[in-house]
Write a protein that binds this ligand. Structure first.
Ligand code: NAG
Length: 184
């Protein structure tokens, strides 16, 4: 390799590196998720919704809130199935302690679903400050559900703990993104 080829190569490499740095720092999802409690979780959650691709920060906040809301709905449905509410339910075979905890969780997740819907409505009017108490109330519901299992001796805590944890993480992720909008 002669000198000019080395020069060309190093110019090319410098350019390639700077272009690469630009595209990764201009990826809004990565930027926004820098503020999230778990960056990887935040990125894969947001990227799971095609609406994130062209969204601005407000759009990403809306996606995060919707993800948390649909997770609350999913958890409420799961609890309903466990309690035997739907076809094929087998609530009859549940341990009574678990059944009691689950019926409390059913109320708590019914509230959480409504609170998340209220937060989405607030977001759609740009009321980012006003939506935060709704999301915090929904987090408190998941914590009460978790706490109920902890207080009930002999109830298997694993029934809801993973779902509670994921839901709270989705809420926390949404809150951090919303914070960027409030501070902006
Ligand atoms: C909600 O989170 C649970 C994991 O805790 C997952 O199994 C479920 O698929 C999620 N549902 C939605 C709609 O996000």
């Amino acid at each position: 390799m002669n000198w000019s080829m080395i020069m060309m190569l190093s110019i090319f490499l410098t350019l390639a590196l700077s272009i690469n740095a630009q595209t990764s720092s201009s990826d809004l999802i990565s930027q926004v998720c820098e503020h999230a409690p778990r960056k990887g979780f935040c990125q894969s959650a947001l990227r799971s919704d095609p609406r994130s691709e062209k969204a601005d920060t407000a759009g990403l906040a809306a996606v995060a809130l919707r993800l948390a809301a649909s997770n609350a709905t999913d958890n409420a449905a799961f609890i309903g199935r466990m309690l035997g509410g739907g076809a094929g339910g087998d609530g009859g075979s549940l341990d009574p302690a678990v059944e009691q905890c689950l019926s409390d969780c059913a109320d708590q997740y019914a509230d959480a679903v409504e609170q998340m819907e209220a937060s989405i409505a607030a977001a759609s009017t740009g009321d980012y400050d006003g939506l935060r108490p709704w999301v915090k109330a929904a987090i408190a519901d998941a914590e009460s559900c978790e706490e109920g299992f902890r207080m009930e001796a002999g109830a298997d805590q694993m029934v809801m703990s993973h779902r509670n944890k994921v839901f709270k993480l989705l809420c926390d992720t949404a809150l951090r993104i919303v914070e960027l909008l409030v501070l902006a």
